[in-house]
Design a protein around this ligand. Structure first.
Ligand SMILES: Nc1nc2c(c(=O)[nH]1)N[C@H]1C(S)=C(S)[C@@H](COP(=O)(O)OP(=O)(O)OC[C@H]3O[C@@H](n4cnc5c(=O)[nH]c(N)nc54)[C@H](O)[C@@H]3O)O[C@H]1N2
Ligand SMILES: Nc1nc2c(c(=O)[nH]1)N[C@H]1C(S)=C(S)[C@@H](COP(=O)(O)OP(=O)(O)OC[C@H]3O[C@@H](n4cnc5c(=O)[nH]c(N)nc54)[C@H](O)[C@@H]3O)O[C@H]1N2
Ligand SMILES: [Mo]
Length: 776
């Protein structure tokens, strides 16, 4: 067995353009088991990133014992990444929550389901029946539950309680992906397909460290790079990531300057005539305005703003401007950075200008991060409406009201759904009095943690936390509900390229832990939510019942699931939505005919001004007569919300390592992964390190206007003036007495993109100082 800690990508299987990606089946079994020793295999896919790596779960003596990649699946053809291979061990961790906890005399004590749910229901009833009603409820969910769970939660929130205050941690993750696709194409929905890697002749990675974060997708790219006629590669990232090292051209831009770069590239493409005039005329609106805005970004100006050589800007323009089949991927280096939506839309502009959309190899991945982020968006558990409907479109609201048999006015639609950062602000100000947090750990993952802890700890706020472990967030809860997770419950979820997978229940959850679906259904039953005829609002019992109900909600919408059944998802490969009567095998690429989802009766948004976030009305939108054309959006570059100063002279950016997942509740409990990256660090450029007298391995204090942390120095891997800290490390496995702060989010700033409302985790100002020498 290869050591996938030392070599996360495993051996190469090179292939040429247009050829199928060869199979390679990866396997890891714990406890020295062989494949023949396994009692049973259960179909699933990875829950530790958005790629959708299909796998079978091995069961031995009623416990998960390993995983094996599924060769038949279109996504990974058998491959698994280090987290896929080792992460399942967290399921078996002895410190799983097995009973509900309730706060008594200031302490969390073990309880039973009746008591815990009774407390939640009592508080809910009191609030809902009192003055202010639905306004006191906030739901903060995840990108890691199943489709069936989100849809149920969405119906509870929107038709049961009627609150607009529901969002997911997807706000931190893929809100910009959704916002940019809505803005450019009319609705959410990834235009491309992973098979675009098989066909492309250039790959541009915009703020995406795919090698460490969608590791199997990177294997596919590497296999093309090692085969005949390999694609060229461009990386835009302030750090020297594995992607940047592999790329033919690396633009190590100053963090927070993406839009200036893109404006410059678009200008070159227009000026050099590398755009597709016919496509632009037939299928887009906004070309003249785009030219007017981007004209102000000649290479020399871009070079100055981004601090990269002007010649490299021109080379990058040529690489993306002259390729025959360009594939772009966009992720957190854009989404969590300055002017996120405008920058992500600029990548869409690039593809629209060049007609690089809707055909093999010409793909855009406005990526997801979390495994089920796509479903949170589709099902309306995250500040979108179910079925990618438009909150501002009365007809869309009426469709939902019919489906759920409630009055249209029950469904909140007088303002956009409340985004996560605003939900926490309402909790801070006291208008939200009950905050239900499921499958996310905001006490580590939200910006400005001292503030988040203060909000969650306030006695006036009743906090429910639904998790597998006693996380930093759960420790602050009033009621903690023990959840079952992947492998212990059934459900579906959808990868970046719209591939739907079924995940089977392989084992029983530990102790009294329950699937999140059962918890939500129990709440609905206890709250006795009714439809307008007085019948129970929610009648389904099983995941498959919910899936069937969801299919009706998705009918006729971009994410049409009506042609998919649980049975069709069993045995072979996942299926790409839309999948319906007309397209029973699913749909590989969207917009193949150049007709976009921008019809006013169909689109998911009436749009925003990208610079200010101001919303357009239906009337304004109609006046533009999009008629199925895509929007070219233009915006001028503006500096970030927080820039460096004498006091805080360095730019902090944050992100991930290949070995850890988020706040490490799972990967921190898998020995191979934990040992590979057990503690936090800071990356500094050698020049900056020398200036502050810092050597490799020294303990460094990092401070921002909001907090301070202590982490170990790693010299190199990042451009001058920028430092990087991984955000994975809270304090759950640090000596609780010591609790030296090391979470990147002690430092980050409470600020967000005006359109997507995604927080700016990638730009804050900090100062550094050596605390002690390596080994002292
Ligand atoms: N191993 C691992 N894989 C994961 C996850 C994980 O936690 N661990 N999480 C999953 C999730 S939910 C997500 S969202 C994805 C995230 O996947 P990625 O977006 O690939 O991960 P990040 O490390 O957050 O950010 C990517 C890169 O952005 C760069 N960057 C920072 N600031 C800027 C900037 O201003 N401009 C540009 N161009 N680049 C910048 C960083 O240096 C970093 O290398 O990963 C998914 N996969
Ligand atoms: N500074 C900085 N901060 C960031 C980022 C960054 O790049 N930099 N990235 C942001 C991004 S993109 C993301 S996605 C977030 C991630 O941030 P979080 O969502 O807070 O991170 P996780 O550790 O994945 O938290 C998921 C929680 O759900 C629990 N869980 C897992 N499965 C289940 C289940 O089936 N049911 C239930 N009930 N619970 C379950 C886990 O134990 C864990 O506690 O962090 C964001 N924060
Ligand atoms: Mo994410």
């Amino acid at each position: 067995m290869v050591d996938r800690i030392a070599d996360p990508w495993g051996p190469r299987t090179p292939y040429g353009p247009g050829e199928p990606w060869p199979e390679r089946v990866d396997l890891f079994l714990g406890g020295g088991l062989a494949e023949d020793d396994v009692d049973g295999w259960y179909q699933s896919a990875s829950i530790l990133h958005s790629n959708g790596d299909a796998m079978d779960i091995a069961v031995k003596d009623g416990r998960i014992a390993g995983v094996r990649g599924r060769a038949a699946d279109r996504i990974n053809r058998g491959r698994l990444d280090p987290k896929d291979l080792y992460g399942w061990q967290a399921n078996n961790s002895p410190d799983r929550l097995t009973r509900p906890l309730v706060r008594e005399g200031g302490r969390l004590v073990e309880s039973d389901w009746d008591t815990a749910m009774g407390r939640i229901t009592a508080r809910s009833r009191e609030l809902l029946d009192g003055p202010g009603g639905w306004g006191h409820f906030g739901f903060y969910t995840s990108g890691q539950l199943f489709l069936e769970e989100y849809y149920t939660l969405g119906v509870i929130g929107k038709a049961g309680i009627g609150t607009p205050h529901m969002d997911g941690n997807t706000r931190l993750c893929t809100a910009t992906a959704a916002a940019s696709m809505k803005a450019s194409f009319g609705t959410d929905g990834q235009p491309g397909s992973y098979t675009d890697v098989d066909h492309c002749d250039a790959i541009a990675l915009w703020g995406h460290n795919v090698a460490e974060t969608q590791t199997v997708l990177w294997m596919r790219m590497l296999d093309r790079r090692r085969g005949p006629n390999p694609p060229a590669m461009l990386a835009v990232d302030p750090r020297l990531t594995p992607v940047a090292r592999e790329a033919d051209l690396h633009l190590a831009v100053r963090a927070g300057t993406n839009l200036a770069l893109l404006n410059g590239l678009l200008r070159e493409i227009v000026r050099r005539g590398w755009y597709d005039e016919r496509y632009v005329a037939a299928h887009t609106i906004g070309f003249d305005e785009l030219c007017r805005v981007t004209d102000g970004y000649p290479p020399a100006r871009v070079a100055e703003i981004c601090d990269v050589p002007a010649a490299d800007v021109e080379r990058a323009a040529e690489l993306v401007g002259t390729s025959g089949r360009l594939l772009s991927t966009v992720l957190q280096g854009f989404y969590q950075s300055n002017q996120a939506t405008a920058a992500a839309c600029a990548v869409n502009n690039l593809h629209l200008l060049r007609g690089m959309i809707g055909r093999p190899g010409a793909g855009i991945y406005q990526m997801n991060g979390q495994p089920t982020a796509q479903n949170a968006r589709e099902c309306g558990a995250d500040g979108d409406l179910p079925g990618l409907r438009n909150w501002d479109n009365e007809r869309h609201i009426r469709q939902l009201a019919e489906l759920w048999n409630v009055e249209p006015d029950t469904i909140p639609h007088w303002a956009p759904p409340t985004h996560a950062m605003q939900i926490f602000r309402y909790a801070e100000q006291g208008s939200i009095k009950l905050l239900w947090i499921s499958a996310t750990n905001p006490a580590v993952s939200l910006p400005e943690l001292a503030r988040i802890r203060r909000i969650l700890a306030a006695p006036e706020l009743f906090v429910v936390v639904q998790d597998l472990f006693l996380t930093e967030t759960a420790e602050l809860a009033d009621v903690v509900l023990p959840a079952a997770t992947w492998g212990e419950k059934r459900g579906t979820f959808t990868s970046v390229d719209r591939t739907v997978h079924l995940s089977e229940k392989a084992v029983e959850p530990p102790g009294e832990a329950r699937p999140d679906l059962d918890i939500f259904l129990d709440y609905a039953r206890r709250m006795d939510f009714r439809d307008r005829d007085g019948n129970p609002l929610i009648t389904w019992r099983t995941p498959e019942d919910v899936f069937e109900a969801w299919k009706e909600c998705s009918r006729g919408r971009p994410c049409d699931y009506t042609g998919i059944t649980y049975d069709r998802l069993r045995g072979g490969s996942g299926i790409q939505w839309p999948c319906d009567e007309r397209r029973p095998e699913g749909t590989e690429r969207l917009y193949t005919d150049g007709v976009f989802s921008t019809d006013p009766d169909y689109c998911e948004t009436y749009g925003h001004d990208l610079a200010t976030g101001a919303e357009f009305t239906e009337r304004e939108y109609r006046a533009r007569e999009p008629g199925g054309r895509a929007f070219l959006h233009a915006a001028a570059y503006q500096p970030s919300a927080e820039v460096t100063s004498d006091e805080y002279p360095l730019l902090l950016t944050t992100g991930r390592t290949v070995y850890q997942f988020h706040t490490r509740t799972k990967t921190g409990r898998a020995p191979q992964l934990n040992d590979a990256a057990p503690d936090a660090w800071i990356e500094l450029h050698a020049d900056d390190a020398a200036r502050y007298g810092i050597a490799d391995g020294d303990l460094v204090g990092v401070a921002s206007p909001r907090g301070a942390i202590e982490v170990t120095a790693r010299i190199g891997r990042v451009r001058p003036g920028v430092v990087f800290v991984p955000f994975h490390y809270g304090y759950f496995d640090v000596d609780p007495a010591g609790r030296t702060p090391r979470a990147a989010n002690e430092l980050t700033v409470t600020a967000w993109d005006p359109v997507s409302k995604q927080p700016l985790f990638k730009t804050a100002a900090v100062r550094v100082a050596r605390l002690s020498r390596n080994g002292d």
